[in-house]
Design a protein around this ligand. Structure first.
Ligand SMILES: [Zn+2]
Length: 322
């Protein structure tokens, strides 16, 4: 049987990444083009539409007919209507945009939209490190901590599409103030940003000069060279992340926890410590049979998840399950 094809869009602040793929997650053609996060919405929508047109043209040349478009965007999305509900910190005008309707007008295909972190999580669960698992939690450790929660093969979004923000679970009641309005959020203690800040702080305290372009990769290199401050930084941040994961395991009891993003690129040296902490703090029954693994799809997770999600919505047309 010929597999159906669809187009996936991953909208970022500087680039739109996109692909034509089939419903089983095989990519047939991919592309990337710059976008401008300060541009007016019509311009950004045109950029996305041009990416879709490019994939439609490629499909036509190859005798294919894409059925559907999936779009991942930063921000909180009304999935049922394909509308961005609020704004998003990285874009200037990208607020309350009726994305699905606008793109449908331009490209004449059904369009489904969801939050980008949700779609990355869905991609890993469907096609990547969580394939074959029904209950999966994905965490992306980068500048902040994002993620997605899949329960019984469905993304869990909450009542107003505002749930599943693991980076903003509080792990320190008297902790630092967070941009979300909360205090002591996980991303303030376990993100790449937090690691770099902590490393710089304790290095300075020890009278050491901190490299100007210090980053997480460098901290892991220093750790391998037995740098004390790097070791302390990694110990502390993996301990915090492990605690956060233990909370998630106690609540959701998933069989897979997938860790992606820049920091996870450090590999087993990082994951091993996260696992140790997580399994120490979680309830025994909540983490029996749970595995914590690295993400597999890297940069393609965004558009792969968008394609998987679009077919899911197409096949389960509204009213959508929430
Ligand atoms: Zn927060």
């Amino acid at each position: 049987m010929v597999k159906r094809t669809g187009i996936g869009i991953d909208l970022g602040g500087t680039f739109i990444k996109y692909a034509l793929g089939d419903e089983d997650g095989t990519i047939l053609k991919k592309g990337k083009r710059p976008t401008d996060s300060k541009a007016k919405n019509n311009i950004i929508l045109d950029h996305i539409s041009e990416a879709i047109s490019e994939m439609q043209a490629y499909a036509k040349l190859n005798g294919l007919r894409p059925r559907v478009v999936g779009v991942g965007t930063p921000g909180c999305v009304d999935v049922q209507r394909g509308i961005l509900r609020g704004g998003t910190p990285n874009f200037l005008h990208w607020i309350k945009v009726p994305i699905a309707e606008e793109l449908k007008k331009r490209n004449h295909l059904p369009v489904f939209v969801d939050n980008d972190a949700n779609l990355m999580a869905l991609a890993e669960a469907k096609f990547g490190a969580g394939k074959g698992h029904k209950n999966v939690i994905c965490l992306t450790i980068g500048t902040g901590i994002g993620g997605g929660i899949i329960v019984n093969n469905e993304l869990y979004r909450g009542s107003n599409y505002a749930g599943a923000e693991p980076g903003h679970m509080s792990i320190k009641h008297d902790g630092r103030r967070c941009r979300c309005g909360g205090k002591g959020c996980l991303e303030l203690y376990a993100s790449a940003t937090a690691m770099i800040a902590h490393f710089a702080k304790i290095s300075k305290k020890a009278g050491l000069t901190v490299e100007k372009d210090i980053n997480v990769k460098r901290i892991f290199e220093l750790f391998a060279a037995e740098n004390r401050q790097a070791a302390e930084t990694i110990e502390l941040s993996t301990n915090y992340l492990g605690r956060g994961i233990a909370n998630l395991m106690n609540i959701f009891n998933p069989t897979r926890i997938i860790i992606g993003g820049g920091v996870a690129g450090a590999g087993e040296v990082y994951l091993k410590r996260v696992k140790n902490a997580a399994f120490t703090y979680a309830m025994a029954q909540a983490c029996t049979g749970t595995n914590i693994v690295g993400a597999r799809l890297g940069n393609s997770a965004g558009y792969l998840g968008a394609i998987g999600f679009a077919f899911h919505q197409l096949d389960n047309q509204s009213p959508l399950k929430e």
